[in-house]
Design a protein around this ligand. Structure first.
Ligand SMILES: O=C(CO)[C@@H](O)[C@H](O)[C@H](O)[C@H](O)COP(=O)(O)O
Ligand SMILES: [Zn+2]
Length: 199
């Protein structure tokens, strides 16, 4: 391999290693998260999802697989990415500050029984932290996708919330596990809904 190919090869090696680490530490919490989401949807609740940058893309990816479909045909499931309404994002950001762009939407849309999914590889993004505070005010449970040591977000979760933390220091690798988790959750919800899979 030439140096460029070696560099690319190393990305795959590291990604495999971090996914194997995550495979050891995350299945229990991911199953808990799947049950939380399934029960919310089964009781007419909805899922609100937020994150920044690559995690905003993950939020949209997850919401699209709920409202559209994952791998199989099924009923539409209620999920909204809070990252897509540029008018809300710019108005709230401009008038109140960027840390409030998600929390104002959570207060507006969130109801008891809904679930907030907050995605932050550092566990420290202020707008995700504010969104979690707003979700708790609305009596919503939270599923936090984080990385490193879970940051401030890990410390603010309450009973009934679920932490999906990837204990690794590199953002790209954490994000790659987060998207595996999104797909594992989509698959679990579909299997519970359509095949009667139970925990
Ligand atoms: O996708 C990437 C890096 O891979 C970036 O866009 C990254 O998501 C952004 O820097 C985010 O602002 C990071 O925020 P967070 O994950 O620490 O909450
Ligand atoms: Zn990225």
């Amino acid at each position: 391999m030439n140096p460029l190919q070696e560099r690319i090869h190393a990305h795959f090696e590291e990604s495999i290693k971090v996914k194997q680490l995550a495979q050891q530490v995350l299945p229990d919490a991911t199953a808990e998260a799947a049950l939380l989401l399934f029960n919310a949807l089964a009781n007419d609740g909805k899922i609100l999802i937020c994150g920044n940058g690559g995690s905003a893309a993950d939020a949209q990816h997850f919401a699209a697989e709920m409202t559209g479909r994952f791998e199989r045909e099924r009923m539409e499931l209620a999920a909204i990415a809070l990252t897509t309404d540029t008018s809300a994002l710019t108005a709230i950001g401009n008038d109140y500050g960027f840390e409030h762009v998600f929390s104002k939407q959570v207060r507006a849309l969130g109801r008891s029984g809904d679930v907030l999914v907050g995605i932050s590889t550092s566990g420290n993004s202020a707008n995700v932290i504010e969104a979690i505070k707003a979700a708790h005010e609305r009596d919503m449970n939270v599923i936090a996708f984080t990385g490193r040591d879970g940051g401030k977000i890990a410390a603010m979760l309450r009973d009934g919330d679920v932490l999906l933390n990837v204990p690794y220091p590199r953002t790209a690798r954490i994000q790659e596990v987060h998207i595996v988790l999104v797909h594992a959750l989509c698959d679990a919800i579909d299997a519970m809904l359509m095949d009667g899979l139970s925990a």
